[in-house]
Design a binder for this molecule. Structure first.
Ligand SMILES: NC(=O)c1ccc[n+]([C@@H]2O[C@H](COP(=O)([O-])OP(=O)(O)OC[C@H]3O[C@@H](n4cnc5c(N)ncnc54)[C@H](OP(=O)(O)O)[C@@H]3O)[C@@H](O)[C@H]2O)c1
Length: 220
């Protein structure tokens, strides 16, 4: 059994990741800003009050987990806000950079020392963060924040390699959650199954990979 911490697990893909990991026999530790009936019903160790934009909250989580050994850390929390060029609100761009890029770095910086040597760190990114794959423009805040978190992931892969901690940037597919207004090609539980497959397959041969949940390697 391995112990996996999921950041942002009260709903959507994060909730289904927690459910799928537990079903496969992993010990799950879940964080959220506020819990949900669905997360409570999962009956896993839960730490509420963890906003990834808050130094205080992430420091408190680190203290609460002192002495624990993690085999996996999955940073799932994220937001998608509209930022078209016309009438762009830079505050909304900044908000996405705070949650989707600086938030994961805050969590990874605070918690990576809890990962065992040979552990795994996954970050939920998006193919919308791929510069090579950007054929439709727009979505400035979301695209910039996910490109930034991709850069973070590659640096983590380099910095954590001496401890044999493998890092992956995972695109879940187009998933029916609140983020997408429940439109998409796959359900959150289908996406979670594929993402946990990637998590389990991740090793040092793959570290630094930008992976679609279906196993396709995505272009930067
Ligand atoms: N759905 C898709 O098609 C799709 C595609 C590509 C990538 N992704 C990525 O997959 C991840 C999960 O997305 P989803 O579709 O499951 O979205 P979702 O249903 O909107 O869920 C987002 C999760 O992130 C949490 N969160 C948001 N802001 C947070 C903050 N400041 N601190 C801590 N937690 C925060 C939310 O908690 P609250 O309930 O407290 O807001 C919720 O648990 C995201 O990183 C997203 O960018 C999704």
């Amino acid at each position: 059994m391995s112990t996996v911490l999921v950041i942002g697990a009260n709903r959507g893909i994060g909730l289904e990741l927690a459910r799928e990991l537990k079903a496969r026999g992993h010990e799950v530790i879940a964080t959220c800003r506020s819990s949900s009936a669905a997360l409570d019903a999962l009956d896993v160790e839960t730490h509420p009050g963890v906003d990834v934009t808050s130094d205080t909250a992430v420091t408190a989580l680190r203290k609460a987990l002192a002495g624990r050994a993690l085999d996996g850390l999955i940073i799932n929390a994220g937001i998608l806000r509209r930022t078209a060029l016309d009438g762009i609100d830079l505050g909304v761009v900044r908000e996405q950079l705070e949650v989707n890029a600086i938030g994961p770095l805050r969590v990874a910086a605070a918690l990576n020392d809890l990962l065992t040597d040979g552990g795994k760190l996954c970050v939920l990114t998006s193919r919308m963060g791929s510069i090579a794959d950007n054929t439709s423009g727009g979505s400035y805040g979301y695209r910039m924040s996910k490109a930034a978190v991709n850069a973070m992931g590659m640096s983590l892969a380099r910095d954590l390699a001496p401890r044999r901690i493998a890092v992956a940037l995972l695109h879940p597919g187009y998933v029916r959650t609140e983020m997408t207004g429940n439109t998409g090609h796959v359900s959150a539980d289908e996406a979670a199954r594929a993402l946990v497959d990637r998590f389990e397959a991740l090793d040092m041969e793959h570290t630094g990979v930008f992976w679609h949940a279906n196993g396709e390697v995505l272009p930067w």
